[in-house]
Design a protein around this ligand. Structure first.
Ligand code: PLP
Length: 360
């Protein structure tokens, strides 16, 4: 298939802005007159430091990150932060975890190794089809922090509010970062694996309040210490140079589109088309409840596994790729991150309508 014939609904790694890919292709063999690829230059060179600083300053501006917070560009994916967070912030005490899906559950399980995990919420009994309300959150008075995952990539639910807590707010924003405005000053720590909305896999963005550095358990590996990473400018060791470069190019695209506000408007248009159709459909049903629905990952099913499989197969034949749901959730999932054009969602809804006529 040609790239022009495809819309890629993959959950991560996922579709990237074409302009970023084109610039990378054009600069691949000779990066800005150096005679080398960006993958071949030293991470300690002035040329690479420029790329690093450029990505950080664009992100700081786009997300309005206050000076109190450091932006770290790290390796290890979001999963490494499941351990790094309790090692750095739990101090062997109690932390509140809201379990609203697979990744927050994994984070809570990991944290149990380093202190006491109190479940502030658990939506498993209803198949993670909703986000708890503020009133439903069970908060520990002396919790070291409150942890939640702002968008549940697998189940397709998303927090539409920022929880009010007395303790430090920590959030996994891997799959909805840069899709909405966030008041970063409210958070002790925000992190995101880059492969959903920002860059290729291999980079994790961590935005951390510098006042929280230095609380780590003595056993914390240096590579996981926020204090060390702040002190070394994310370069205790070789950072993921290529991913940082791609992040910089993606942020150029976000800025050219009108920034986070424009991303927020477009996501509403894309998700609105899909949920609007799902709520009228006689064949398809949305998994997440209204009020808890994700703007980034739309989960749905027909109720028949054979029909689901036929739908996914027929979609792929039309270039609508990677619509199969995660194996633990089943059904279908359309991941419609920032770089997904609204035309992609229109093409998907058109196919769903046709499929419905044939199978109603
Ligand atoms: C994909 C994802 C993860 C896991 O990311 P890795 O980089 O593979 O470790 C964690 N949390 C959320 C919300 C995700 O979407």
């Amino acid at each position: 298939m040609l790239r022009e014939q495809v819309y890629n609904f993959a959950p991560g790694p996922s579709t990237m802005p074409e302009s970023a890919l084109k610039t990378a292709a054009a600069e691949m063999l000779n990066f800005r007159g150096s005679g080398m690829s960006v993958m071949e230059i030293s991470h300690r060179s002035a040329l690479f430091q420029e790329v690093f600083d450029s990505a950080c300053s664009k992100l700081r501006k786009l997300m309005n990150v206050p000076e109190s917070h450091e932006i770290l560009l790290l390796q290890g994916g979001a999963t490494t932060q499941f351990a790094a967070i309790p090692m750095n912030l739990m101090e062997g005490g109690t932390a509140d975890y809201a379990v609203t899906g697979n990744f927050s559950n994994k984070a809570a399980e990991e944290a149990k190794k380093y202190g006491t995990v109190h479940l502030a919420a658990d939506t498993k009994p209803t198949g993670h089809d909703r986000i708890p309300t503020q009133e439903e959150l069970s908060l520990t008075p002396d919790a070291k922090y409150f942890y939640y995952c702002s968008n549940n990539t697998i189940y397709g639910t998303e927090w539409q509010y920022v929880p009010e807590t007395a303790s430090i707010l920590v959030s996994d924003m891997s799959s909805d970062i840069l899709s909405r405005e966030v008041d970063v000053s409210k958070f002790g720590l925000i992190y995101a694996g880059a492969q959903k909305n920002m860059a290729p896999a291999g980079l994790t963005v961590v935005i951390v309040d510098k006042a929280l550095a230095g609380r780590e358990l003595p056993i914390t590996p240096k590579i996981l210490s926020y204090k060390t990473m702040i002190e070394t400018g994310s370069m205790l060791n070789t950072p993921p140079c290529w991913c940082i470069y791609m992040l910089d190019l993606t942020l150029d695209w976000v800025i050219a589109q009108g920034g986070v506000k424009a991303m927020d408007e477009r996501k509403r248009e894309r998700a609105g088309l899909l949920y609007g159709f799902l709520d009228e459909s006689r064949v398809f049903k949305a998994h997440a409840l209204p009020g808890s629905r994700s703007f980034m990952n739309v989960t749905f099913r027909t109720g028949s596994e054979e029909l689901d499989a036929a739908f996914v197969k027929g979609a792929a034949e039309r270039g609508l790729l990677n619509l199969k749901g995660h194996k633990i959730a089943g059904g279908m999932r359309a991941s419609i991150y920032n770089a997904m054009p609204v035309e992609g969602v229109r093409a998907l809804v058109d196919y769903m309508k046709e499929f419905e006529i044939r199978n109603a």
